[in-house]
Design a protein around this ligand. Sequence first.
Ligand SMILES: Cc1ncc(C[n+]2csc(CCOP(=O)(O)OP(=O)(O)O)c2C)c(N)n1
Ligand SMILES: [Mg+2]
Length: 156
Amino acid sequence: MNPSPRAGTSTHRRLGHNPTTTSAAPADPSAGRFPSAGAAISSPDRKVVVLESDGSGMYNPQSLWTYAREQLDIVVLIFANRKYQILRNEMSNVGVPDFGPKAESLLDIGNPAIDWVSLSHGMGVPATRVETIEDLDRDFRAGLADSGPRLIEVLV
Ligand SMILES: Cc1ncc(C[n+]2csc(CCOP(=O)(O)OP(=O)(O)O)c2C)c(N)n1
Ligand SMILES: [Mg+2]
């Protein structure tokens, strides 16, 4: 994924929208949500869509409060696998396919599971959790149709 804000993707264009899309690459966990606030402020006539992973998202939870305070037109999708999966992959890449319980627990962020819906509500941003493609489709379309901030926790 590209850490810099990007203009709308073909998926969004198929939906008939012209949003600004940002994503937070694991190489830079702060790259997604703060630039998104700037994008939304500078382009108030455009929807901003943020694609973010859960570990990365924990570097900047307070940005949700800014979204609510400024009523920014942003939909955040948090892809929650409850792991630092890229770091697990890197262990394999350096020749350590099996690792012990201590290393395993360092790469696990599911204990306790982060409740993104509660966290988002606590910051003033409406939120839902989805576990199926159908529910994701429904809530994402609703987020695009509404204005203002919204978060969707996508369990993967
Ligand atoms: C500021 C900073 N701190 C720590 C790291 C190390 N780091 C790289 S990837 C990663 C976690 C990625 O996990 P997640 O965002 O959940 O993505 P996943 O691989 O699970 O999709 C971390 C902590 C980093 N790149 N930058
Ligand atoms: Mg993760």
